[in-house]
Design a protein around this ligand. Structure first.
Ligand code: NI
Length: 225
């Protein structure tokens, strides 16, 4: 599980929220597949609406330019983000996300990672926690507006019922260049170490180049494109 702080600034969140406020909304059940349909109760901004599409593309572009996300996910394909809202009494029960998805451009995406970008501040709603079952136990996630969390699409997860207020979020799925999650995590750690060394004046350029070399060769060996 990786948290990306301030993927969106406070000003951007405000703009997103203003656009979502006037967007057309549908029942979230229409996009749920299989077992997910029976446990999903929320609203979803109409992905066919022009303004909503523009907003999704804007967030998509941001994801493609966020070093922390690129380092952690090594994305090959990213599903255009969907915007959802949980009002009072709404929830999404325990489920796993579909493994294979068809993107609006008709390409097929294998979901390796799921991502939630919070668009409401924690004090705007009660409940509405994202609960993820990980190998280290249950993680309960409720982040500041503009922060995002990345987690394995294969993990069971749910959104607990909102008991007060409204919880807005953007969700998306990522097919990684590196299908193996352990390898992806190792590459993430290696890249973080290299980034840390970059700021250390005692480290020589040639030493860093060698590490970069290793990093890229590992990606070459383990990527699936
Ligand atoms: Ni899900």
């Amino acid at each position: 599980m990786v948290v990306i702080k301030q993927l969106l600034s406070a000003a951007e969140v405000k703009e997103y929220r203003a656009l979502l406020h006037v967007a057309p909304w549908n029942d979230g059940i229409t996009t749920a597949m299989g077992m997910a349909a029976s446990v999903k109760k929320n609203g979803q901004a109409d992905a066919g609406d022009n303004q909503v599409q523009q907003l999704a593309n804007r967030l998509l572009a941001r994801l493609g330019h966020t070093p922390a996300l690129l380092s952690a996910a090594l994305p090959h394909r990213i599903f255009p983000p969907c915007f959802n809202c949980y009002g009072e009494g709404e929830t999404y029960g325990l489920h796993v996300d579909a493994a294979i998805m068809r993107m609006p451009n008709n390409e097929i995406l294998r979901s390796d990672l799921s991502m939630t970008t919070f668009l409401s501040e924690p004090d705007e709603y009660q409940g509405g926690e994202l609960v993820i079952e990980t190998e280290f136990g249950q993680q309960r996630v409720k982040l500041s507006a503009g922060d995002a969390v990345l987690y394995s699409s294969g993990s069971l997860h749910k959104v607990t019922p909102v008991t007060r207020g409204q919880r807005f979020a953007a969700i998306t799925w990522i097919q990684s260049l590196i299908p193996d999650s352990q390898m992806r995590n190792t590459l993430h750690q290696l890249d973080q170490s290299i980034q840390n060394l970059l700021t250390n004046p005692a480290v020589a350029r040639e030493q860093l180049d060698q590490l970069h070399h290793v990093y890229h060769n590992l990606i070459r060996q383990h990527s699936q494109v």
